[in-house]
Design a protein around this ligand. Structure first.
Ligand code: SAM
Length: 266
């Protein structure tokens, strides 16, 4: 489906939960966040309905994110449900990788095609500090499991302060190269001030080419990460909310007081 600015909107990113098993310093406050009540979170049936409607409108690419998508109970089942929609030809996930060793093979069998794994450093100590307690070994095990399961390609999302020549980023790039993994560098952003930039090695942040809609875990369609516009699928119905979001998708992002990486999934 084309928007007012002749962009073909074919990509839906779905945050399946607001919960996460890490507390990355640039993403979530140490004490965690005010979690949404369970009844506010869309059920699998509701998410499926949104994807079905989106597919009818021309969406063929879906990414599951969070929070951390692998902490959502039954995530493999949801992957299978979405993979059963014939129009969805590209189904991927963004994960911190902590639980991937456990799930990679089942996700692949259920129809997940590829995966992006977040990794900003190669140092176990730095990782533990940055994520407030995470064990980097589990991420490496998750990456290996994803490769073994045949999730292709495995991409690394590396958040940088300033640029990809930083020490940590260069070390992650080296690891990616040695292991045949693609890498994209995401500049640390502050959505509330409108400070955003293009993703090096990826497609994000380029408004003129933006083909994305986002669905939050509590059922809001967001046409732009850097805007406060939302359309509630429970209030409006999925088809209407999707159509309004495409119709009102801004030409370019400004800032968002309501979007946080942990509730939108990036
Ligand atoms: N938990 C999953 C993960 O870690 O990949 C999915 C959700 S996470 C919010 C999605 C992506 O957003 C991750 O690659 C993360 O590094 C990135 N991210 C979080 N906060 C960010 C920020 N302030 N600026 C840029 N990227 C950010």
């Amino acid at each position: 489906m084309y928007d007012r600015f002749k962009r073909n909107i074919n990509y839906l990113r779905i945050s399946v939960t607001d919960r996460c098993n890490l507390r990355c310093k640039y993403c979530m406050p140490e004490e965690g966040i005010q979690l949404l009540p369970h009844e506010a979170i869309l059920s699998f049936g509701e998410i499926f309905e949104v994807v079905e409607e989106a597919a009818k409108l021309g969406v063929d690419k879906v990414r599951l994110t969070g929070g951390e998508p692998l902490v959502r109970k039954g995530i493999v089942k949801l992957v299978g449900m979405i993979a059963s929609i014939p129009e969805i030809t590209d189904l991927s996930m963004t994960t911190n990788g902590i639980l991937l060793n456990e799930y990679a093979a089942d996700l692949k069998a259920a129809g997940l095609q590829r995966v992006n794994i977040s990794l900003d450093t190669m140092g176990a100590g730095v990782f533990k500090l940055q994520t407030r307690g995470g064990n980097i070994k589990r991420v490496f095990e998750g990456i290996e499991a994803a490769r073994k399961a045949g999730l292709q390609p495995v991409k690394i999302n590396c958040v940088v302060w300033d640029n990809s020549q930083e020490k940590d980023a260069r070390a992650v790039a080296k690891y990616a190269k040695e292991n045949g993994l693609k890498i994209r560098f995401i500049h640390q952003m502050d959505l509330s001030t409108g400070e955003f930039s293009v993703v090096e090695g990826g497609e994000g942040g380029n408004c003129s080419k933006c083909n994305r809609l986002r669905l939050t875990s509590d059922g809001k369609i967001k046409p732009c990460l850097f805007s406060d516009l939302t359309y509630d699928v429970r209030e409006m119905g999925a088809e209407n909310a999707l159509q309004m979001a495409v119709g009102e998708k801004p030409r370019s992002g400004t800032y968002s007081k309501s979007s946080k990486f942990y509730n939108i999934g990036g």
